[in-house]
Design a protein around this ligand. Structure first.
Ligand SMILES: NC(=O)C1=CN([C@@H]2O[C@H](COP(=O)(O)OP(=O)(O)OC[C@H]3O[C@@H](n4cnc5c(N)ncnc54)[C@H](O)[C@@H]3O)[C@@H](O)[C@H]2O)C=CC1
Ligand SMILES: N[C@@H](CC=O)C(=O)O
Length: 350
């Protein structure tokens, strides 16, 4: 059975959770997955760079606390050298989990491009490269015979993109709407319970839900990137960020949230897109006061949900965790499983 060498670019909540999963379950090939995982490189702004083509012990890497760095280890340095690691390490798969930059997608977009051009598969939870360069990177992956996988960019470990591409093939999907951000849904629920927005955001940060800059969660730009990814991948669009109208929850006050609850409903940040008869796509992010009997009104905490409107099945809804360190690390594992499936399909040995 195959063992994949992986490079972890960014060693924050999500990639540390993946390292924990590898340490606990996947360092050796398993019958369940049919492969094992070996970490051969880690880079992080705070910790520097560690490359060891013979393998890095996840427990040792995880034990390096914030404030420390990798300089003490053979192949380690306090400096970040993403380009060398991505281009020259023995990694088969580059796992990109650095900060999402909703404006330029950088430097993650360069990390993805370097990896694909070097003939390395990519798994990422970073929405920037996917939303802003998705078609280019899918083509680049095809040209180099590798995969560009990004399940965790939408709905974390809940299989929204793979649900469509693997289980809803052949259907005509005309639109979707949903709760696509865990932090804002968590914050709205905490505000309904009487917390201030600031205190609720702080809790979301401590739980590992929030973006490095949580204004992306509250202001709607995180949801807008996800709406763009879904509209382009699922509805066949070619949307740019300018095509998504965005209104966030940052200006909502506790009174408005409590009023909705008192009326038996809930305010939710909804991302939606509809393909019109002429092929154009209307896409939006906005807070909506939902009645209590609306399917999305009962979605609590960091849970997300998305309803796809189809021709043959009517509405198909999936719900699950939309944020969380281990939940999102699972999305990375799902990507690696897809990479392995593709290798087997192409005639690779088991
Ligand atoms: N936390 C979650 O629930 C989810 C996160 N995501 C996405 O996954 C990515 C990672 O999320 P988290 O791990 O929660 O974030 P985090 O902020 O905990 O970790 C990001 C890490 O990347 C490092 N980093 C930033 N720029 C870097 C660079 N140029 N080179 C090397 N390292 C760099 C930082 O030092 C930090 O340790 C983000 O893009 C986020 O939007 C996606 C779905 C869910
Ligand atoms: N900050 C994001 C993380 C997942 O994309 C969220 O809260 O949904």
């Amino acid at each position: 059975m195959q063992t994949y060498n992986i490079a972890l670019i960014g060693f924050g909540g999500v990639n540390r959770a993946l390292a924990e999963l590898i340490q606990e379950r996947f360092s050796e090939p398993t019958e369940a997955l049919g492969f094992g995982l070996r970490i051969v490189a880690i880079t992080d702004l705070q910790l520097g760079t560690w490359q060891n083509d013979d393998g890095i012990d996840p427990a040792v890497a995880l034990a390096v606390e914030r404030g420390g760095n990798f300089a003490a280890f053979p192949g380690g340095s306090a400096d970040v050298d993403n380009e060398r690691v991505i281009k020259e390490s023995s990694a088969d798969i580059v796992v990109e989990a650095t900060f999402t930059n909703p404006t330029t997608g950088e430097p993650a977009a360069s990390h993805v491009r370097w990896a694909l051009e070097a003939g390395k598969h990519v798994s990422t939870t970073n929405k920037g490269p996917v939303a802003l360069f998705g078609p280019e990177f899918r083509q680049l992956a095809d040209d180099h015979g590798v995969r560009f996988e990004y399940e965790g960019s939408v709905l974390s470990g809940t299989p929204s993109l793979k649900l469509v591409t693997q289980s809803l093939r052949g259907l005509n999907i005309t639109g979707f709407e949903g709760i696509l951000n865990g932090t804002s849904n968590f914050v709205l629920g905490q505000m309904a319970a009487g917390l201030s927005m600031a205190d609720a955001v702080r809790e979301a940060q401590e739980l590992g839900y929030a973006e490095a800059d949580p204004t992306a969660d509250l202001g709607g730009s995180d949801v807008a990137l996800k709406v763009q990814i879904l509209a382009n991948d699922v509805l066949g669009g070619s949307l740019t960020p300018a095509d998504v109208s965005v209104q966030g929850i940052q200006d909502l006050d506790a009174a408005a949230v409590s009023e909705a609850v008192a009326a038996g409903g809930a305010i939710k940040l909804i991302g939606a897109a509809t393909r019109n008869a002429d092929g154009s796509i209307d896409a939006s992010v906005r807070p909506v006061a939902l009645a209590g009997d609306h399917a999305l009104a009962s979605i609590q905490g960091a849970t997300n949900a998305i309803a796809f409107h189809t021709d043959l099945l009517g509405t198909v809804t999936i719900s699950g965790p939309g944020a969380g360190r281990i939940e999102t690390a699972y999305a990375l594992l799902a990507d690696i499983i897809a990479i392995d499936d593709a290798r087997r399909l192409a005639g690779g040995t088991s």
